[in-house]
Write a protein that binds this ligand. Structure first.
Ligand SMILES: Cc1cc2nc3c(=O)[nH]c(=O)nc-3n(C[C@H](O)[C@H](O)[C@H](O)COP(=O)(O)OP(=O)(O)OC[C@H]3O[C@@H](n4cnc5c(N)ncnc54)[C@H](O)[C@@H]3O)c2cc1C
Length: 498
C-alpha cells in the first residue's frame, strides 16, 4: 500500500534517532503484522512481543540508567503512532506499557524500586499494566474502593478490591495499581500507586470480548486481602493523588499518538481505494467533493500530529502537560474517528465489508473517545483549567488568534456576569473546554508548520486552521437550551421515548 501521509519530518529520518528507529520499526511491522488476523484470532501472534522487545520498543520511555533508551514522551508517541499505523491492538499493548504502565515507576518511584522493576520492563522481559478503573469508579477516580490499609502489627499493607478493564491484564507481570489508602503517611485517607507483581496473589479475570482492539488483553484484577510489603508504595505514602493525575496525562498523550497512527492507516486505505475506483467516467480521486474530503483528512492528521508534538514538548511541565494532554487526547480521538468514518464512506459499500480493513479501523478507534478519560469529562476539566489558568492570547497572525479571541471572550463574558459560579456550571465548563481544546490545537498547528513551511506544509496548516476556526465559531454559537432539558429528559425515565 502506498504511504501518502508520512510524518512531516520523515525526510530527516537519517539524522533523527527517533525517526530512524520508527522507520526501522515500520519496515518490520509491514511484513510481520497482519491486523485482520490479529482481530480474527483475538490475540497477538506468538513471538511478536519478543521480537518487538529485541527491537527495543519497550524501553523508549525509560531512562538509560534503568536500561531504556530515554526517548521521552515524544519518542514514545512516535513509536506508538508507528505501531498503530500497522495495528492498533499492538499499539495499545506497547503504548500502555510505555505510558501508564511504566510512568509511575519512572517518575515517582525511589531508586530501589526503579532498580528492581525498570530494567526488566525496559527490556520487555516484563510487560506493564495500570489499573485504576473499578466497578464503582470509572470517570470519578476520587472514589476508589480498592483499599490499602496499614496493618500496625506487621507494618505491612492489606490490599483488597477489584479492578476492571485492565489493558495488558492477562499478559503483564508488573501492575501499577491505584488505591485508596488508610493510615498511610499519617493521613486518615489518601491515594497511592502500588507496584504489584502477578505472583503477589493477583487473580486475573477472563479476557473481555470487545468491539475492537481484539488482540489487546483486557481483564479484571481481583485483589483479595493481599499481604503486601510497604516498599510497594510508589511516591509519598498517602499523598499519591497528584502522581496518578500526572501518570494519566503522560499516558493519554501516548494514546493520542496511537490515534494518529490509525488515522494515517485510514487515509492510506482511502487514498489507495479512490485512486483505483472509477465512477461517472473517472476515478473517485478525480471527483472534487472527494478531493476536498481527502484534504480535510490529511490536514486534520497534520493538526493531530502537531498537538501530540506540542504535548511531548512539555513533558516536564506538569500544568502545561495536563492542559495539552487533554487537548491531544480529545482532539486526536475524535478526529481519528471522523477520519476512519470518512475512509469507510469513500469505500462505498465495500467499506462495510470487513475484508477491506475499513471496519476494523473504525472498530478499533471507537474506544479511544472513552478510555484514558471519557472525552466529555476531559472537556469539562479543560473548561475548569481555562477558568483557573486561562491560556494565553495567540499572536500568530493566523486563524489561531481568532480562535484564541473567541475563547477569551466567552470566558470573560461569563466571568463578568457570573464570577466563580461558572465553575459550578458543567454545561458551560464543557463548552469553554471545547473552545480551549480547539485553540490549543490551532496554536500547535502553527508551531508545527514552522516559520518557513514548504508549500505543501503551508497548505496543510492553512486548511487545518480554517477547519478549526469553523469548529470554534460553531462551538461558540451553540446555545444549550437548558430550560427544555428537564421537560424532555425526566419523562424518558418514566415512559421512554414513546
Ligand atoms: C478496552 C478498554 C481498555 C481499558 N483499559 C484500562 C486500563 O488499562 N486501566 C484502567 O484503569 N482502565 C481502563 N479502562 C477503563 C476506562 O478508562 C473507563 O472505561 C473510562 O475511564 C470510563 O469510565 P466508565 O467506563 O466507568 O464510564 P462512566 O464513568 O460510567 O461514564 C460513562 C459515560 O458517561 C459520560 N460521563 C460520565 N461522567 C460525565 C460527566 N461528569 N460529564 C459528562 N459526561 C460524563 C461519558 O460519556 C462516559 O463515557 C479500559 C476500558 C476499556 C473498554
Amino acid at each position: 500500500m502506498t504511504t501518502t501521509v508520512a510524518p512531516r519530518d520523515a525526510a530527516r529520518s537519517q539524522d533523527d534517532p527517533v525517526q530512524a528507529f520508527c522507520g526501522e520499526l515500520r519496515r518490520f511491522l509491514a511484513v510481520r503484522v497482519d491486523s485482520a488476523r490479529i482481530d480474527a484470532e483475538h490475540a497477538l501472534p506468538a513471538g511478536l512481543l519478543t521480537e518487538l522487545a529485541e527491537l527495543g520498543v519497550f524501553g523508549v520511555s525509560i531512562p538509560e540508567a534503568w536500561g531504556g533508551s530515554e526517548l521521552g514522551l515524544s519518542g514514545a508517541c512516535a513509536v506508538v503512532e508507528s505501531l498503530a499505523r500497522y495495528d492498533r491492538a499492538v499499539a495499545t499493548t506497547v503504548g500502555l506499557h510505555l505510558g501508564l504502565g511504566t510512568r509511575g515507576l519512572v517518575a515517582f518511584a525511589d531508586d530501589a524500586q526503579r532498580e528492581r522493576w525498570l530494567p526488566d520492563l525496559a527490556s520487555g522481559k516484563r510487560l506493564g499494566a495500570f489499573a485504576t478503573t473499578e466497578p464503582g469508579a470509572g470517570s470519578d477516580l476520587s472514589r476508589l474502593a480498592t483499599r490499602a490499609r496499614l496493618d500496625q502489627a506487621t507494618g505491612r499493607l492489606r490490599v483488597d478490591g477489584q479492578k476492571i478493564y485492565v489493558t495488558n491484564g492477562g499478559l503483564a507481570q508488573t501492575y501499577t495499581v491505584a488505591v485508596s489508602t488508610e493510615g498511610l503517611g499519617g493521613a486518615a485517607s489518601g491515594q497511592n500507586l502500588l507496584v504489584l507483581e502477578r505472583d503477589d496473589g493477583l487473580k486475573i479475570g477472563a479476557e473481555e470480548v470487545k468491539l475492537g482492539l481484539r488482540g489487546s488483553s483486557t481483564t479484571s484484577l481481583y485483589l483479595d486481602e493481599l499481604d503486601i510489603p510497604m516498599d510497594r508504595v510508589v511516591g509519598v505514602p498517602g499523598a499519591g493523588h497528584r502522581d496518578i493525575s500526572q501518570v494519566l496525562a503522560f499516558g493519554r498523550t501516548a494514546m493520542a499518538a496511537g490515534c494518529n497512527g490509525t488515522a494515517w492507516a485510514a487515509i492510506d486505505l482511502a487514498t489507495a481505494h479512490v485512486a483505483e475506483r472509477k465512477q461517472f467516467g473517472k476515478t473517485l480521486a478525480a471527483q472534487p467533493v472527494i478531493r476536498l474530503q481527502l484534504a480535510d483528512m490529511a490536514a486534520s492528521l497534520f493538526a493531530m500530529r502537531a498537538m501530540v508534538a506540542a504535548t511531548g514538548d512539555v513533558e516536564h511541565d506538569d500544568a502545561e502537560l495536563e492542559r495539552r494532554s487533554v487537548a491531544a487526547k480529545v482532539y486526536c480521538s475524535e478526529t481519528d474517528w471522523t477520519i476512519c468514518d470518512t475512509s469507510l464512506q469513500l469505500h462505498g459499500g465495500s467499506g462495510y465489508i470487513e475484508e477491506t480493513g475499513a471496519p476494523l479501523l473504525l472498530r478499533d478507534a471507537r474506544i479511544t473517545r472513552i478510555f484514558e478519560g471519557a472525552n466529555d469529562v476531559l472537556a469539562s476539566r479543560m473548561g475548569a483549567l481555562e477558568l483557573i489558568r486561562p491560556g494565553g492570547h495567540a499572536t500568530t497572525g493566523t486563524e489561531a488568534d481568532e480562535i484564541s479571541l473567541i475563547t477569551h471572550e466567552v470566558r470573560t463574558n461569563w466571568q463578568a456576569r457570573d464570577g466563580l459560579k461558572v465553575l459550578r456550571d458543567p454545561v458551560r465548563l464543557h463548552k469553554l473546554g471545547r473552545l480551549a481544546i480547539l485553540r490549543e490545537v490551532a496554536v500547535a498547528t502553527v508551531a508545527y508548520a514552522g516559520p518557513h513551511p514548504s508549500p505543501r506544509t503551508a497548505a496543510l496548516r492553512d486548511h487545518a486552521l480554517s477547519r478549526l476556526l469553523q469548529a470554534a465559531e460553531a462551538a461558540a454559537r451553540a446555545v444549550a437550551p437548558i430550560a427544555t432539558v428537564d421537560a424532555i429528559v425526566d419523562p424518558l425515565f418514566d415512559s421512554g421515548v414513546a
